[in-house]
Ligand binder design. Structure first.
Ligand SMILES: Cc1cc2nc3c(=O)[nH]c(=O)nc-3n(C[C@H](O)[C@H](O)[C@H](O)COP(=O)(O)OP(=O)(O)OC[C@H]3O[C@@H](n4cnc5c(N)ncnc54)[C@H](O)[C@@H]3O)c2cc1C
Length: 531
């Protein structure tokens, strides 16, 4: 084992999960909603256990556009209260996690004479709604200023544009930061622990049955109240209580492509206010690459690895190509990823109509047996969603009702120090990460990450698989799907070493199986004629 390495943390986590005869609150699901609720509960002094079926942020919470935003689009739809709340939360998150959230300027191009004043007025309203927590005032830019900020905008016919500000973040890293914050406050969390059933006292839901995926063993844990925060899978858990319950979600898929930074060389993002299907399209600089998306395609099923449809990729590249010069092509795509929106059906129409018009607000639903289901919403508002959920949980579970402290709570690692992007996400843990072996050994020439980051992820961030390491602890899979496949054998070797090596069953065959499992997943992020 490497000098100074920690012991495998999982046995202690499992023991802690099983130690309590009754938790105050059990949260099912380790995405934005579940982690936000668990942090809210733990910081109020409640005893909380979070169970995640796969890995933290494996679902939608690692597949976003990476924006901490009010949602300019929802303003255009007239949903002022949703935008105001999200802008408020944007401002809080910017203050509470400066190591993960940064201000980003967005340039909206105007190719018609009316466009700049039209969007300018809307974005002034956005400024006003943000109030004291505004990140910067929107301003009109003439044609030259637009091109100096976004040199790759198509110059032909360009009249000018508007600059406005929003926040940007690393979604999976925020999830891991919330996990660490939860643990700092005494909460217990376990990944690879899918909930397979609910425990009831009469009609009351009073706990869950879960499977430890690593041993295959089933366990039962009890709680005063259970929160179902399983994203697009909430209906599966609801059916465990009542098999006849009507589904509350109508999932829709959103796709992004990732290309090299040369397609958007400056610090500003692109916002195309109206695509052919009436949505907005973003191109945002992220970890020295560019993320372009997204789409809104209703889907009948909820896969853990949703696949981008050909027409979604074509749509993104076609739309981006109209505004970007040079236009990115299929061959330029380093990675393509898809995520599922947990959109809540309109109860009146039972979900009929397009998913683009379904509610982006979060919804809390209480079942007959007091199972609390939290879904919908967005990453930006995760804290508020957690606050609302725990307010309900305290009442329904007979817990002491306490005031929230999360509006001013600095998240784990809080730091305003400037560091290179991939170190910055660790905040004030960065120096400790850099002291681990391999801090100067890059994992792959096309990726910014070092071996030390992988060791840190196993020791302190509950990474269990090569996929956890390359997809969510680092973002290698999104920055280069092929490069990450090439890095997988080395990642597997480090993982095995950190978990105790061959003596602990992490031999060559185990490593080969890890690499193969990751390659299968990563192949879904490669475009057929891509990089
Ligand atoms: C394409 C796209 C772009 C987006 N962009 C943005 C953006 O830029 N900014 C923004 O603020 N929001 C954005 N959103 C919205 C935001 O990402 C989601 O609202 C949020 O991530 C949902 O989090 P969640 O925790 O509800 O669901 P998830 O992240 O899906 O988490 C649910 C978790 O439950 C687990 N689970 C499922 N079944 C079980 C079980 N039986 N037992 C235990 N665990 C289980 C899953 O493994 C998963 O980890 C975007 C969404 C999409 C789809």
């Amino acid at each position: 084992m490497t000098q100074g390495s920690a012991v495998d943390p999982r046995p202690a986590q499992l023991r802690a999960a099983l130690a309590s005869p009754e938790w105050d609150i059990i949260v099912v699901g380790g995405g934005a909603s579940g982690l936000g609720s668990a942090v809210e509960a733990a910081t109020r002094g409640h005893r909380v256990l979070l169970l995640e079926g796969h890995d933290y942020a494996k679902g939608t919470s690692s597949r976003s556009t990476k924006l901490v935003h009010g949602g300019v689009r929802y303003l255009a739809q007239g949903n002022v209260s949703l935008v105001r709340e999200a802008l408020h939360e944007r401002g809080l998150l910017r203050k509470n996690a400066p190591h993960l959230v940064r201000d980003l300027g967005f340039v909206v191009p105007a190719y018609d004479w009316w466009a700049a004043p039209f969007y300018g007025i809307g974005l002034k309203m956005y400024d006003v709604l943000a109030g004291k927590l505004n990140l910067g005032s929107s301003t009109y830019l003439n044609r030259d200023k637009v091109l100096s900020r976004v040199s790759t905008y198509q110059p032909k016919g360009l009249k000018g544009g508007i600059l406005y500000f929003d926040g940007q973040f690393d979604d999976a890293r925020l999830a891991i930061t919330l996990l660490r914050t939860l643990e700092d406050f005494g909460g217990v969390a376990l990944n690879y622990a899918p909930v397979t059933g609910l425990l009831k006292d009469g009609e009351q839901v009073r706990g869950v049955r879960f499977r430890d995926e690593e041993s295959g063993q089933e366990h039962e844990v009890r709680a005063k109240i259970v929160v179902n925060a399983t994203g697009v899978w909430v209906d599966d858990i609801r059916r465990m209580e009542d098999p006849s319950v009507k589904p509350m979600l109508s999932p829709s898929q959103g796709v992004h492509v990732v290309v090299e930074k040369k397609f958007l060389p400056g610090d500003s993002a692109i916002m195309i206010p109206r695509t052919d299907d009436g949505r907005v399209l973003f191109a945002v600089p992220w970890h020295d690459h560019v993320v372009i998306g997204t789409t809104d395609t209703p889907v009948p099923q909820t896969d853990f690895e949703p696949r981008a449809l050909e027409e979604e990729v074509e749509f993104i590249l076609r739309t981006a190509g109209r505004y970007m010069n040079p236009a990115p092509t299929r061959a330029d795509v380093l990675s393509v990823y898809a995520g599922l929106r947990p959109l809540v059906k309109n109860e009146k129409t039972d979900g009929a109509g397009s998913t683009a018009s379904l509610s982006r607000d979060h919804v809390i639903r209480i079942s007959k047996g007091n199972l609390i289901t939290l879904t919908g919403g967005k990453w930006t508002t995760y804290r508020r969603m957690g606050e609302d959920t725990i307010n309900r949980a305290e009442k329904l579970g007979g817990l002491p009702e306490r005031l929230t402290i999360t509006p001013g709570l600095h998240l784990h690692g809080w730091s305003e120090d400037e560091r290179p992007d991939h170190w910055k996400v660790y905040g004030n843990d960065a120096e400790r990460v850099q002291q681990l072996p391999g801090a100067d050994v890059t994992l792959h020439p096309a990726l910014p990450y070092t071996e030390a980051e992988l060791r840190w992820a196993v020791r302190h961030e509950s990474a269990r698989t090569v996929e956890d390491l390359l997809s969510r602890r680092t973002r290698a899979l999104l920055l280069g799907a092929r490069a990450s496949m090439e890095a997988a054998p080395r990642a597997a070797a480090i993982l095995a070493e950190e978990l105790g090596g061959a003596g602990a069953g992490k031999d060559a065959a185990w490593q080969a199986q890890q690499v193969e499992a990751f390659r299968q997943i990563a192949s879904g992020y490669v475009l057929s004629s891509g990089a």
